[in-house]
Design a protein around this ligand. Structure first.
Ligand code: F6P
Length: 541
């Protein structure tokens, strides 16, 4: 069977599985002591444990066949080749070129993109080094102490998440801030404690037209001019964009402008010069480790057989739950406080990529596509929303992420963190049935009537799925690996659904309507004729 078109392979598999009960994870563990040995993949220090999923050999075999029939490998090779994979925007999706250390060329329209990738990376590194060592000072000659990245979505979430994740690797002399929201409170609160003479703004925008970013950039410019005068602007701004002509108009000199190509999607762009704020924070050498981590996963994704290919397995499990079993969300719970923004980063990566309703050929999908991705760090989540994951009526597959060793943290704290992380996936899998609950309550001396009344409330069904990603420690290489794993998970799922994970037309309508409403909202006397009654009522109020 082949069914690469329109997700046909998935429809076939759904028919085969129709009416079948999900595999009992609990029972599978009880009957097979070798289950972990079978269902984990180790890539150096990175362990991917997928044994606590609703799979057995037969189902896993069918999922692997689904990947084959959906031609995931051929599609993957096409993406890496530089072909125009993003068919609705007529361009390649080549973020992988930004972390290509193979020494091999990557051709786009007959030209090797690698010399330009390397030259841009070197230009970023030189500027970052100058800011870090103070050889590129502000207008008054003072050393820069605060770097403010102004960007939104893919021009914010990646560097913001990573700067926090990699705090122990950051220059202690520099503070990094991220301003994204058009709400003036974001910029206002950020600059309140800053000195213009020691502040550098990086305007990060692929298109250099995004309303939020351009508004914040203008206000930041006004703040610098008010504090230091017009002449200071050229010393206190840098820009990252694909639109070099628009940046020039803003008044930023070309030596402080860092480009990237339109074949890098916004949510895939932190590997490019969009990472400038991060490069300044952690330095070019650590940033290279981050890129190399991504490259290691690219190599694994391209070479490992499907059965042992971590991102492909992640994607297949994602399709199993989302589409075949109708599960609507995916929780990502890093037991790593510094990965606090990782779920938000993945939200954009996954939901902007896979929140699609049409196949590549424009026909409507019959599948359920992208899950709602959400999460917060553990152990905090345990005391907030884990109740629903353990006992609610909704099944929520969980990705647990945890380091074996702490990075600059207390070892005892870390033992508690690890124990809690492992205990959660164990509890989700095992559950506790009514017999166990009753026995425990009786042992504690509870009266039989009370045991009967209380026991149902204390039952955990178990059989709730999770993956665990266990890595040595959270460093730049590991972070690069984790991000690339999720990028390829998203790709694998889109390949099975036969959708385009690289466009984002769904964000356009809101942008268009907002720009029409700006003059109406700004002018108290403006006519609201032609607006729907709700919008008109809100504006009037
Ligand atoms: O509105 C969505 C979006 O286009 C994202 O895809 C992108 O990451 C973000 O806006 C920011 O865009 P830009 O980098 O062009 O300012």
């Amino acid at each position: 069977m082949t069914g690469s078109q329109n997700g046909a392979a998935l429809s076939e598999l759904k028919k085969v599985l129709e009416g079948q009960e999900p595999v009992s994870i609990k029972a599978a563990f009880a009957s097979d002591p070798g289950r972990f040995a079978k269902y984990h993949v180790q890539l150096d220090d990175l362990l991917f444990d997928f044994s606590k999923h609703r799979i057995d050999d037969a189902l896993l075999g069918k999922l692997v066949q689904l990947a084959r029939d959906s031609e995931v490998e051929a599609k993957r090779d096409k993406m890496f080749s530089g072909a125009a994979y993003n068919t609705t925007e007529h361009r390649p999706a080549l973020h992988t070129a930004l972390r290509n250390f193979s020494g091999e060329p990557i051709m786009v329209d007959g030209e090797d993109v690698m010399p330009d990738v390397i030259a841009t990376r070197e230009k970023v590194a030189a500027f970052a080094t100058g800011i870090r060592d103070g050889s590129i000072p502000g207008a008054t000659g003072k050393t820069i102490t605060d770097v403010v990245n102004i960007g939104i979505g893919g021009s914010d979430l990646g560097p913001a998440m990573a700067a926090r994740a990699l705090t122990p690797f950051s220059s202690p002399r520099l503070r990094t801030h991220f301003v994204s929201n058009v709400d003036g409170a974001d910029l206002g609160d950020t600059v309140a404690a800053l000195d213009p003479a020691t502040t550098l703004f990086i305007i990060s925008s692929k298109t250099f037209t995004t309303l939020e970013t351009m508004t914040n950039a203008q206000s930041a410019r006004d703040w610098i001019v008010a504090g230091l005068g017009e002449e200071a602007v050229k010393h206190h701004f840098a820009a990252v964009s694909t639109k070099l002509d628009l940046v020039a108009k803003f008044g930023i000199g070309s030596e402080r402008v860092f480009g990237f190509k339109d074949w890098v999607g916004g949510r895939y762009s932190m590997w490019s010069s969009i990472g400038l704020a991060l490069v300044i924070a952690i330095g070019p050498a650590q940033f290279e480790q981050f890129l190399r981590g991504g490259f290691e996963i690219d190599t694994h994704f391209r070479q490992a057989p499907i059965e042992a290919n971590i991102p492909m397995l992640m994607g297949l499990l994602g399709v199993l739950y989302r589409d075949i079993q109708g599960v609507s969300t995916q929780a990502v719970i890093p037991y790593d406080q510094r990965l606090g923004r990782f779920p938000a980063y993945l939200q954009q990566l996954d939901m902007e990529s896979n929140g699609k309703s049409v196949h590549l050929d424009g026909s409507h999908v019959t599948a359920q596509t992208g899950p709602i991705v959400w999460g917060e760090p553990g152990t905090n989540g345990q005391h907030a929303f884990f109740q629903l994951i353990h006992q609610g009526t909704e099944i929520v597959p969980v990705d647990f992420l945890v380091a074996a060793e702490p990075t600059q943290a207390d070892a005892h704290h870390h033992d508690l963190l690890l124990a809690n992380c492992f205990a959660q996936s164990q509890a989700l899998m095992q559950g506790r049935d009514i017999g166990e609950v009753a026995a425990q309550l009786e042992k504690g001396g509870m009266a039989p009537d009370e045991v009967k009344r209380l026991a149902p409330h204390k039952v955990f069904s178990g059989d709730r799925p999770s993956s665990t990603f266990l890595y040595r420690r959270l460093d730049p290489r590991t972070l690069g690996r984790l991000i690339a794993l999720y990028e390829h998970r998203v790709f694998t799922m889109a390949a099975i659904w036969d959708t385009n994970p690289f466009d984002q037309w769904g964000v356009e309508l809101g942008k268009e309507l907002a720009s029409k409403l700006v003059p109406i909202v700004s002018d108290a006397g403006a006519a609201t004729d032609g607006l729907d009654s709700s919008t008109a009522g809100l504006v009037a109020h």
